[in-house]
Ligand binder design. Sequence first.
Ligand SMILES: [Zn+2]
Length: 262
Amino acid sequence: MTVKNEKSDDGKRDVGDAGKEATAANNSINDDLWGSDMYPERRGAKSNYGWFKWLIGAAGRESIDKAKCEDNVYRCIKDSPIVKLMVGALKSSGCEIDIRRHISCEVCAPSVTGGYDSQLNQVVICQNMAHSTNIVRGVLLHEMIHMFDYCRNKLDLKNIDHLACTEIRAANIGHCSFISSMLQGDSSFINIKATHQNCVKRKAKMSIMAVHNVSEEIAEAAIERVFTKCYNDLEPVGRRIRRNSDDMPRAYAEAHLYGYDS
Ligand SMILES: [Zn+2]
């Protein structure tokens, strides 16, 4: 899942029961697999205060947000090299995307900008949080890496090591190399490697903790167990996307070398 802002998660989560459960069950997560509280429109739990929303104008706002979000998704699928690369890679792996079926713009909790629902094989873009094309592109890339991992590896997202691995990959290929380096200056020219690895670890930890109520320690331990292997696995992009570089078009141009449709 894509967490909105690293700093917003500083508040300690309540890790009581869920954390213990995860330890007791040998690294498997038993809580709600899909963070239903964060994605209220999933699983038919449509909000039940419709009239109130009409009164305050929120319903109008929602349909505007949705149209804008869908427009941004469409633009990214059409124009963004990295998103097109992911679409091609998914297709080559036997998991072709139909944007109406597999991508959904919805209202989410304000702490997240997107998510991947493995049970329905759908990417969720949070229309109330992801307002710009750039953010939507970042969310699409991140969640499509989860989708790719789910397609390629038959991910078991109840297994915290699997979850950690796909979050490491998503942060590595997407956010840490690209979005955060632009927005937050995570990648300075000095010490770029350590900075980058720390960004990946922090981002992956936030994502694990945001949906699954596991403690920081459990999330960190899972990340450390799989870090080297998953950090070095750059499929299907083949290279990290760096700021101010032509990596993005280049990764796309080289997709055929990896055997993916472009
Ligand atoms: Zn994620």
